[in-house]
Design a protein around this ligand. Structure first.
Ligand code: PEP
Ligand code: MG
Length: 554
């Protein structure tokens, strides 16, 4: 038995035979051509075919995994038609008198190198997209197709990294898991694996070897471990873990429709976090009481230009209608840091997490902010929406953001456009500054939501993206727990409610602590909702309160 260690990106256990994904290697010769016009026409036809193929993939992805993940195929269509790429390929054919496929191959080499050498990790990842579109063009031009790995029964697919279109094109009915050499927690493979509920481990490096082809493999996405030819004891242990995991999921289903209530009758709201419309099915399936964090910045990513008011309005309206009267807290865009979109033309910064981002951009570029606020207010006419501002560090920011929201409402009034006059306004408490002035902030807003992900990073001075120091990223640090207590007390003294929407909200080991502190709402990824509901039934808050408050007190 061999044991490999990587990064688990989707929790679950998968058994299957290992199949290395093989791209058909096409040997492209530098062939001289005579008829330039004919060769350019061949390239144009191939490009058109590729765009059509991508369009079909987009439609397929839209249905199966939602708009956010499907968008990559639109990006590929745009990349195929990019003027720089097109003129490079056409000029190459003209000037060097080489075949269309060789020209595409040279373009691929040039553009992948250019993207790979970029500092920005988002741009670096685009190199894979260039390879993807070039492979597609070359396959069409040479009339070759990549091997269909999906025909293998119950397999674990291994790859250096899978491109989005490769993942999407697979017949996934037979794919039990993914393992990749490269990839990070935010790579396309990881995102798609999570969306498709397929256990995956990425970043395995040279541990994946071609000789494992056909071997029995088990993927443990909980611990990021991969077993090759597992021994009987390991198989038994992991089968049990899989059964337990599935059994627990089934048991939790019986909690649907039940209130979130502790042994001694305390109740809180358990909401879900979402990033796009496709996530809403999970919210409903897992019986979340509402949406505690709609990460609206995802609507701005993987696009070439700002989403219009109408586009945003349609998305928010659809979300509101789908939630059928349940509250949706829309966080205004938290663009910047790791979530960049080219068209924002953001400066490159030494410390982007502490840079020009979120509410700072919104207050500096009020037109973009107003467009988003108008879309949100218009959608509020169809359900129960609350607004939330991220990355707040001062009372003045909140006052200014509220002023802009008021101007937006006045504009809608002038135009006789309907909106809900009861839209509540809250702020995220995710900076130490916001914690320390939470008594003042509480007088300005209707609710707080504590973002423990950023609060931990800023309080401990530990970059949440830096793998080297990830062991020191400790959200259980007493400093963080004390801060949460300060915020809860300041909220309640001022008569407002307070929730937690960072990853810590889903941590069952802290549910009792949060209840003892008096947190009113917990918002988390939808699959965790029923687990926290169950955890609540095991807790008697009155019994544990004194001990917990003593343990974290000053
Ligand atoms: C947080 O910082 O805890 C949070 C919920 O926001 P995000 O993870 O999107 O930064
Ligand atoms: Mg945050």
């Amino acid at each position: 038995m061999r044991v490999l260690k990587g990064i688990g990106v989707y929790k679950g256990i998968a058994f299957g035979k290992f199949r290395m994904f093989k791209r058909n290697h096409i040997n492209i010769q530098k062939k001289k051509i005579e008829d330039v016009e004919k060769e350019i026409d061949r390239y144009k036809t191939a490009r058109e075919t590729a765009v059509n193929e991508l369009n079909k993939l987009y439609e397929k992805a839209l249905e199966s995994v939602g708009e956010e993940e499907a968008n990559i195929f639109q990006v590929h269509q745009m990349m195929l038609q990019d003027v720089d790429l097109v003129s490079f390929i056409e000029n190459n054919i003209k000037e060097k008198m080489v075949s269309a496929e060789y020209s595409v191959y040279e373009a691929c080499e040039k553009f992948t190198e250019m993207f790979s050498s970029m500092e920005d990790s988002y741009m670096k990842e685009r190199a894979l997209d260039v390879k993807d579109i070039s492979n597609r063009l070359i396959s069409i031009l040479t009339n070759t197709k990549n091997g269909n790995i999906g025909s293998n029964l119950f397999c674990i697919i291994g790859a250096d990294d899978l491109t989005p279109s490769e993942t999407m094109q697979m017949d996934k009915s037979n794919v039990r898991g993914f393992v990749t050499i490269h990839g990070s927690i935010n790579s396309h493979t990881a995102i798609l694996a999570r969306t498709m509920n397929i256990p995956a481990v990425v970043g395995l490096g040279s541990q994946i070897k071609p000789e494992y082809e056909g071997c029995e493999m088990v993927v443990d996405g909980f611990s990021g471990t991969v077993y090759i030819n597992p021994d009987i004891t390991t198989v038994k242990r992991l089968k049990k873990k899989k059964e337990l995991c599935e059994h627990q999921k089934e048991l939790l289903q019986s909690l649907k429709g039940h209130p979130n209530v502790t042994k001694d009758g305390k109740t809180i709201d358990i909401y879900a976090n979402v990033g796009n419309l496709a996530d809403l099915d999970g919210v409903i399936k897992n019986d979340a009481g509402g949406i505690g964090l709609f990460r609206s910045e995802f609507l701005y990513l993987r696009r070439n230009n700002y989403p219009s008011e109408e586009e945003q309005f349609k998305i928010y309206k659809e979300a509101v209608l789908k939630m059928n009267g349940k509250r949706i807290i829309i966080r205004t865009m938290d663009i910047g840091a790791d979530k960049k979109a080219d068209y924002f033309d953001l400066p490159s910064e030494a410390n982007p997490a502490m840079g020009y981002r979120a509410i700072r951009i919104c207050l500096d570029r009020p037109l973009i902010f107003k467009t988003q606020l108008r879309a949100i207010y218009r959608a509020s006419a169809f359900g129960k929406i609350s607004l939330m501002f991220p990355m707040i560090i001062s009372k003045e920011e909140v006052i200014r953001a509220k002023e802009i929201a008021r101007e937006v409402r006045e504009g809608l009034d002038r135009e006789n456009i309907a909106y809900d006059r009861e839209v509540k306004i809250g702020v995220m408490i995710e900076t130490p500054a916001a914690v320390m002035i939470s008594d003042e902030l509480a007088k300005e807003v209707d609710f707080f939501s504590i973002g423990t992900n950023d609060l931990t990073q800023y309080s401990l001075a530990i970059d949440r993206q830096n793998n080297k120091i990830s062991g020191m990223y400790n959200p259980y640090h007493k400093a963080i727990l004390r801060m949460i207590k300060i915020v809860v007390d300041n909220a309640h003294k001022n008569g407002i409610w307070v929730g937690i929407c960072g990853e810590l909200a889903a941590d069952e080991t802290l549910t009792g602590v949060f209840l003892a502190m008096g947190v009113d709402e917990l918002s988390m990824s939808a699959p965790f909702v029923l687990g926290i509901r169950k955890r609540m039934t095991e807790i008697n808050v009155d019994e544990i309160k004194e001990r917990i408050l003593r343990e974290i007190s000053f």
